[in-house]
Design a protein around this ligand. Structure first.
Ligand code: PLP
Length: 398
């Protein structure tokens, strides 16, 4: 019988097995969910030594866990699996994508490197976190070609998102990585996922995900993660312990489960998205379609008519912010996901008032097209009760 070594396994195999290799030896099939906040120990000398070691190095503590803000075995399984999928040494999970970005910025600022060079567009709240200087950082916005010229002695990070939220603009990662020199490049890989793009292979030092999106994949878990080298991971773990933006163990469990179907979901959703992008591009009711060369399940387009009417007209497709779920979502970035970015900055990032962003799910392509077609035609009567905002009664009151 042939054996496969972990080093040569394909992504689809890793997605199902990474982070779970010890389960059979434990007599388990599903990963255990450890909800303990604390762990009893009669050996406080050994606990003290583990705490000292963590404070000194940031390495994941050996031996029994001490406290769940420091380390959790269920979350660790998700981190190990994601690191394998991204091809990085380590990964550190957080309560949300924004908590992951916050920790990354704090690590760099803590080293006295408060300046960030970033390329627009970014996810709206990432843009806001950098622009507001809330964490004491200062940002210089540039085009990808302007990265090298914008670097300063106190530059701690270069940040890009590709394909970018919401325009799906793409950046040549290898070129930007070269321009960064010694400064770490952070790539937000939420849209492509490691199924379509592994930024580490292009020279990115830090790969960020809103795990809320494709990694979870079912719209029921909030999380974030940074895949990186172990040295960066140690600093991130220390900041996570100090600031408390930890991933809940149940979220870690759900994210690990989500990873096992990530390759199948992303490939199936991408095939449908590519087909819808083709049809939209050929449709006279649509003036522009954005679909990345790397593929993926996100499509952005600009209707000739009122984009708000398209949102009001969908029935099968859910009009909601967020993305990456098994069902199709659509939203108007200028109103919702990028509302927090000032209008001029939205414009310069290519986020016009007509733009709609659609996250394509696992429904049948023909059913989705029928819904889009009707929404674009404006044929839809107002939804019954659409003007009423009454609360649906609780089941007990029915
Ligand atoms: C949603 C999103 C984030 C923020 O993640 P949360 O999990 O919502 O905090 C960051 N980057 C991108 C590209 C996103 O789509």
């Amino acid at each position: 019988m042939e054996t496969t070594s972990a080093a040569t396994r394909s992504l689809a195999t890793e997605a199902v097995h990474a982070g779970r290799e010890d389960l059979a030896a434990l007599g388990l099939h599903a990963a255990p969910l450890d909800l303990s906040t604390t762990y009893p120990s009669h050996d406080s000398r050994a606990e003290a030594a583990r705490l000292d070691e963590f404070a000194a190095t940031g390495a994941r503590p050996d031996g029994p866990p001490v406290y769940s803000r420091l380390d959790n075995p269920t979350v660790a399984r998700f981190e190990d699996a994601l690191a394998r999928l991204e091809g990085t040494e380590s990964a550190v999970a957080f309560a949300s994508g924004m908590a992951a970005l916050t920790a990354t910025l704090l690590v760099r600022a803590g080293a006295g490197l408060r300046h960030v060079v970033a390329v627009r567009p970014l996810y709206g709240c990432s843009d806001h976190l950098l622009s507001s200087g809330l964490l004491g950082t200062e940002v210089t916005w540039v085009d990808p070609e302007g990265v090298a010229a914008a670097l300063r002695p106190d530059t701690g990070l270069v940040m890009v998102e590709t394909p970018a939220n919401p325009t799906l603009a793409e950046t040549d990662l290898a070129a930007v990585a070269r321009a960064c020199g010694e400064v770490p490049l952070l790539v937000d890989n939420t849209f492509a996922t490691p199924v379509l793009q592994r930024p580490r292979e292009s020279g990115a030092r830090l790969v960020l995900h809103s795990a809320t999106k494709y990694l979870g994949g079912h719209g029921d878990v909030l999380g974030g993660v940074v895949a990186c080298d172990e040295e960066s991971a140690r600093a991130l773990r220390q900041v996570r312990f100090a600031t408390g933006g930890v991933l809940h163990p149940l979220a870690g469990y759900l994210l690990l489960r989500g990873l096992s179907t990530l390759p199948v979901r992303v490939r199936a959703q991408s095939a449908t998205a590519a087909e819808l992008a083709r049809r939209l591009a050929a449709d006279p009711r649509v003036t522009a379609v954005h679909y990345p060369s790397v593929g993926g399940a996100m499509v952005a387009f600009e209707p000739a008519g009122d984009p708000h009417e398209v949102i009001a007209g969908v029935r099968l497709i859910t009009p909601a912010v967020s993305l990456g779920s098994v069902d199709t979502l659509i939203q108007h970035p200028a109103s919702i996901s990028h509302r927090i970015v000032p209008e001029d900055d939205r414009r310069s990032g290519g986020i016009g008032g007509k733009l709609l962003r659609m996250s394509v799910g696992l429904e049948d392509a023909e059913d989705l097209w029928a819904d889009l077609d009707a929404a674009l035609s404006g044929r839809r009567p107002p939804r019954p009760g659409a003007e009423r905002r009454e609360r649906i009664p609780e089941p007990a009151a029915l």
